[in-house]
Write a protein that binds this ligand. Structure first.
Ligand code: ZN
Length: 630
């Protein structure tokens, strides 16, 4: 992947968010005084330089976006205006007669804040993919990474394999790619933030301290098998405190059975008892900074366990004051079909009692994306095991051989009858009513059961025929959760939800949900008209910026950072996915671009035009609020 050239600088440009966002964000609004401005300006004294910079920046429009329809992120009605951008900020909104070095004609297009994704796992990818794909191809300009307890820090280089073990199976990130692609230069979390800050970046990143890494940092191998001692816990709290002060976005954990290591053990955070979690979240409470994100406990089988979990979570939010967030979803297989609603009720109750809580939803089902090129549900069955090891062309030849094909369908049938244990996004034996050939990027899709009936074919034969028709490049969707789209809509409409949860950067050969924002705009807003543009944009911008306290982002307002997505509401949609082998060490990943996005602007510079990289890498590390005071 191209390293890209460093972005151009303007004289007043702050290198990170912790520096002077109040420089043109309203006087007296932040920690910056005049002396600080002078320091940033590098003048070393005398007020004239500062005045010159302010004078210049006010008049020196660097980018104009002309004639667009502004949907500003607040939920307020759209309006037409030009945008004038000076350096990294929106300087003017209204009629602009002057011209600038760069002008984008946005006639007929929507100009919205860049989308913010609160649930990604780009921690490893950021080292080899400066553009932040595939999220950035869908209009995302800021992400939070390190979710579900998985981060690469704190961790000394000598222990990196322990931390990678947490990520490898639970998040399907290739250990070969991580080994080849990550230049380890840290031990504690503050050093990791410095490393991220130095990397060339197309988009903005905030980063949680992951509980699995933190536990492993302090306890080594014991993290995978033992309770903490009081010394362990004190050391973990110390490191977390330092990390939050250095600008970590918060602390994340997983208590979920889907998160296992390659040797079938729980990831380190799952060994923690609730008191350990409480004490760690309490550190953020004492500091009045940081968000707590968790992959939930396994509460779906027993209402009493669910109620106990809710009770603890609400108490934690109230006693610490820390904003709490987690993923919400509805599963048709849940023993408690209304469980999803109880999490929204919990958020309502917690907020009513004075706490902060936000539920993360997707804009569709979360599904495995399968193909003969990557993973199929029968790969571990006899005959399949051997055939699937072959190069793709030889697999194709085998599938065209009637005798081998019969063996394969027999083995698949047998495989579907035997019990299985799958975790996370691993492929499960298909139920043909819930298995969909992906023939276009947006729904509705017809199920394999339906297609088999219409064509009077055996469903297993049909899977093979469809694969062969496309030289094995046919994708199939297998929903894992959120099957009922009416419930997805109800969740998105709930005032305590945001549309996020792409898991971008993880499950790289299993799922492809980096396109949930363009799915939201193409499917729910345009085709179904179930949400207005104003609602959908707010759910992907301002509501997230507010919860994660991303100062100066998430709205189109004068003085705000110019993070913008400019798109055609009549065409915006995901494109068809592909499978590529472009990760370090040639590891594979699913890839998906979008159509209908005219330009993506990050910190005032054009990152993409029509999803082609324009050359700049204007992204930044977004440090939490305490870093500004350092
Ligand atoms: Zn996650």
């Amino acid at each position: 992947m191209e390293a890209g050239k460093k972005s151009s600088t303007v004289p007043h440009r702050a290198t990170t968010d912790r520096t002077c966002w109040s420089l043109r964000f309203g006087e007296g609004n932040g920690p910056c005084d005049r002396a600080e401005k002078r320091r940033l300006a590098g003048s070393g004294g005398g007020s004239s330089v500062v005045d010159d910079i302010e004078e210049n920046s006010r008049w020196h429009t660097t980018l104009i976006i002309r004639g667009g329809t502004i949907v500003d992120g607040s939920g307020l009605p759209r309006y037409e205006a030009d945008l004038g951008i000076t350096g990294d900020r929106i300087a003017t909104i209204g009629k602009i007669n002057e011209t600038a070095k760069e002008v984008i004609d946005a006639d007929g297009r929507v100009v919205a804040p860049g989308f913010i994704d609160g649930h990604t796992h780009m921690d490893a990818q950021i080292f080899w993919d400066p553009l932040g794909t595939c999220s950035s191809w869908h209009g995302v300009t800021s992400v939070v990474m390190g979710n579900c307890g998985f981060s690469l820090a704190p961790c000394a280089e000598k222990d990196k394999l322990l931390v990678m073990k947490n990520l490898e199976r639970a998040e399907d990130i290739s250990p070969r790619a991580m080994e080849a692609g990550i230049k380890w230069s840290w031990d504690n979390f503050a050093q990791y933030l410095d490393a991220v800050e130095r990397l060339p970046k197309g988009i903005n990143y905030a980063a949680y301290v992951g509980h699995s890494a933190l536990r492993t940092y302090v306890m080594g191998e014991r993290a995978f098998s033992a309770d903490t001692t009081s010394e362990d816990l004190a050391a973990m709290k110390r490191e977390l405190r330092t990390a939050i002060r250095a600008g970590a976005a918060g602390f994340s954990t997983s208590r979920n059975r889907n998160h296992e290591t390659p040797d079938n053990r729980p990831v380190a955070s799952r060994l923690a008892n609730w008191d350990e979690v409480r004490q760690l979240v309490g550190v953020m409470g004492e500091l009045h900074a940081g968000v707590f994100e968790l992959a939930q406990e396994d509460v779906d089988r027993d209402p009493a366990v669910l109620a106990d979990f809710h009770c603890r979570l609400k108490a934690l939010a109230l006693e610490t004051g820390v904003p709490v967030t987690f993923g919400g979803g509805a599963s048709r297989k849940s023993p408690q079909p209304n469980m999803w609603r109880s999490f929204f009720d919990l958020a309502d109750e917690t907020v009513a009692a004075g706490g902060k809580m936000l539920v993360q939803t997707s804009s569709r089902w979360i599904s495995a994306l399968l193909s003969f090129e990557s993973v199929m549900p029968f790969d571990k069955a006899p005959v399949w095991r051997d055939v699937r090891k072959l190069p793709l062309a030889e697999q194709e030849a085998a599938l065209r051989n009637p005798a081998i094909r019969r063996q394969l369908t027999d083995a698949a049938r047998e495989h579907m009858r035997s019990p299985h244990r799958v975790i996370g996004a691993e492929a499960r034996p298909p139920e043909f009513d819930w298995f969909f050939p992906l023939d276009k990027p947006l729904p509705p899709w017809r199920s394999l059961a339906q297609l088999a009936e219409e064509s009077d074919k055996d469903p297993l034969d049909l899977i093979i025929d469809l694969g062969l028709d496309k030289h094995l490049k046919q994708f199939f969707i297998q929903p894992i959760v959120n099957e009922d789209q009416d419930l997805v809509l109800a969740m998105m409409r709930h005032p305590r939800s945001v549309v996020t949860f792409s898991d971008s950067g993880a499950h790289v050969s299993q799922i492809m949900d980096s396109s949930i924002q363009t799915h939201l705009l193409g499917h729910w807003v345009r085709e179904r008209q179930a949400l207005t543009l104003e609602q959908a944009i707010r759910k992907t911008t301002f509501d997230l910026a507010a919860f994660w306290r991303l100062q100066g982002r998430g709205l189109v307002r004068e003085g705000y950072f110019a993070d913008l997505t400019i798109f055609d509401p009549a065409t915006i949609a995901p494109e068809m996915p592909t499978l590529e082998y472009d990760l370090p060490a040639g590891a594979r990943r699913l890839k998906q671009k979008s159509i209908g996005i005219l330009a993506t602007v990050v910190n005032g510079e054009v990152l993409f035009r029509e999803n082609e990289h324009a050359g700049a890498l204007p992204g930044r590390l977004l440090r939490g609020p305490l870093a500004a005071a350092r």
